[in-house]
Design a protein around this ligand. Sequence first.
Ligand code: ZN
Ligand code: FE
Ligand code: FE
Ligand code: ZN
Length: 273
Amino acid sequence: MIDLHVHTWRCRHAEGTADQYVRAAASCGVRTLGITDHLPLPPTLLDRIPSAREYAMPLGELGEYVEEVGRAGDLGNQIGVEVLLGIEIDAVPELYAHASELLSRHPFDVVLGSVHFIDDWAFDDPELIGRYEDWNLEDLWERYFGEMIDAARSGLADVVAHADLVKKFHSHPTGAVGHLYAFAADSLAEAGVAVEVNTAGLRKPCGEIYPAPAFLRELNRAGVPATVGSDAHAPGDVGAAGRQAVQALEDAGYQSVVIYRKRVAEEVALSDI
Ligand code: ZN
Ligand code: FE
Ligand code: FE
Ligand code: ZN
């Protein structure tokens, strides 16, 4: 199994050291582990959104994080886990320059691009769930999908993470969303990014993998490569529902996934993970 999306204690809302994740990966059969903690947010954003201090590691810790993952890689070599140096970025236009500068400092293997903010609202924060009431859900989904497509086109990320995160609290519009799926799939294909099958949705109110089955089928139709991530925020969730992820990929017509090393994609048959 592979898992290209896990978080460590450094982001202040997850637990576990990089070493603990590697040991957990070894014991549950994850042979390739991408450690992808949240990239530090810039001071300008932290000043405006106080809760954001608990969304990512502090700016001064990026170097220590990279060293910690490097040491975990040494441990991985001893116990049979390949460790990839990854990072999850907030790929919103205000942060492109900041993210790009930080990404250039270290030799990342894989960069996940995410949209967690609509304007200054962290719409995936359970503490801020009341703000869904301010939105018409059709408008919210269109806005989110637009932002997610922009993230893909930013060129900063290899993989779009939890591509339909807007469904997290089960905020589905009543109307059909197939046109959003189809347009997003074509846009991601054109942008040359991959998508992840993220099993965290199974542990959230939506109770469903990101992306939804109909969306994943569109992504496969459009030729968007896929990878797998648990989005674990504790070592016990490494590799969570990995078999279900593979099943979702098969159901959508995928026969392979991609793994990134030094930001270069390598295709691996589904039967080999
Ligand atoms: Zn997180
Ligand atoms: Fe995320
Ligand atoms: Fe994440
Ligand atoms: Zn995530």
